[in-house]
Design a protein around this ligand. Structure first.
Ligand code: ADE
Ligand code: ZN
Length: 338
């Protein structure tokens, strides 16, 4: 491994925008299929599930992979494999989106279905903490282009479970922004905040900067993607002045076709403008990426120096929802990483 790759691995990093379902590799999908299908998928067949040519196709593929997660043990396996991959990359903390909206959809909204699945996730989280020294938080993600009632079900489940499960750190909205913005979720976001949940939101991934303004207007604390903010200098100033963390996902944006190439991604511009940017992998199994490779591409494609990579790692922990004491510990270690 060359010098810079080793440096990236040694840097303590947080991953703040990672979907559990998007981290399931074709090999794990085969394993899941062997558990459930009379004629299990071959690796080639599994690989075909991940094929897409545009953003809508990506969302369909994501749903198809998610439909293969059936039992609590499946969720535990997916979460454990994800945790192992994170630890191998020098990730020390991750805040992971769970598509709770899709879970309910596949199970006809059975109100009893979620708790056993969550027990599987928690088993993996506790094992990751014990065996890998990796901390995990969960963010319950609703699908914005389903109905408001579906999102309410997801967010209220997070609020109801939070007192017993403090690793449920927040809520978010994924799905197709072109079909639904943020305004319809204003009251639900206020309700989630009152329950003690943090508020994240995918915004400006496939939509103009107004979508990011709308996400901020309903109280979103962190913005996922924020790709289109580049087109609105006033918005950039606002994001900078308010220290709004941006969960950027460059390879994801290139692979879903919303950004022409890594070189064209606004990461460098945002960073140089003083925004609180973080690098993330979104759905690594779909995009052939992981967090280490995002850092490496920042170096090779946009000339991020060691000190700038260190700043990105530092941003990731600052923008996390960890307690201040834990942040301070990691930030000191990042400072001294060589
Ligand atoms: N769900 C999983 N990945 C997503 C993305 N990049 N955008 C919207 N919804 C998603
Ligand atoms: Zn995402």
């Amino acid at each position: 491994m060359d010098d810079i790759a080793a440096f990236i691995r040694r840097l303590p990093k947080a991953e703040l925008h990672l979907h559990l379902e998007g981290a399931i590799t074709p090999a794990t999908l085969v394993e899941l299929s062997q558990r459930h299908d009379r004629q299990p998928l071959t690796l080639t067949e599994a690989g075909a599930v991940y094929r897409f040519t545009d953003f809508s196709g990506f969302l369909d593929a994501f749903k198809a992979v998610t439909s293969r997660l059936i039992t609590p043990a499946d969720y535990e396996l997916a979460a454990w494999r994800m945790a192992q991959r994170l630890a191998e990359q020098g990730v020390v903390h991750a805040e992971v989106y769970i598509s709770v909206g899709v879970i309910y959809l596949w199970r006809n909204h059975d109100p009893e279905c979620f708790e056993p699945i969550f027990a599987g996730l928690e088993a993996a989280r506790l094992r990751a903490e014990r065996e890998l020294g990796l901390s995990l938080y969960w963010i319950f993600d609703a699908v914005r282009h389903f109905t408001i009632e579906e999102a309410a079900r997801v967010f209220r489940k997070a609020a109801a479970m939070l007192p017993q499960f403090p690793a449920i750190i927040g809520i978010g909205l994924g799905g197709d922004e072109r079909r639904c913005g943020s305004e319809p979720f204003r009251d639900l976001y206020a309700e989630a905040k009152a329950a003690g949940l943090h508020l994240t939101n995918h915004a400006g991934e496939t939509t103009p900067p107004e979508a990011i303004r709308e996400a901020l207007a309903i109280g979103s604390e962190r913005i996922g993607h924020a790709l289109s903010a580049i087109a609105d200098p006033d918005l950039l100033n606002d994001l900078r002045d308010r220290r709004i963390p941006l969960e950027l996902n460059p390879t994801s944006n290139v692979r879903t076709g919303v950004c022409p190439s890594w070189d064209d991604h606004p990461l460098r511009h945002y960073f140089d403008s003083g925004l609180l940017v973080t690098l993330n992998s979104d759905d690594p199994a779909f995009f052939g990426s992981d967090l280490e490779s995002e850092y490496m591409l920042a170096h090779t494609r946009q000339g991020f120096t060691r000190d700038e990579l260190r700043q990105l790692a530092s941003n990731s922990l600052q923008a996390s929802f960890l307690p201040e004491s834990a942040k301070a510990r990691w930030l000191a270690q990042i400072e001294s990483a060589r």
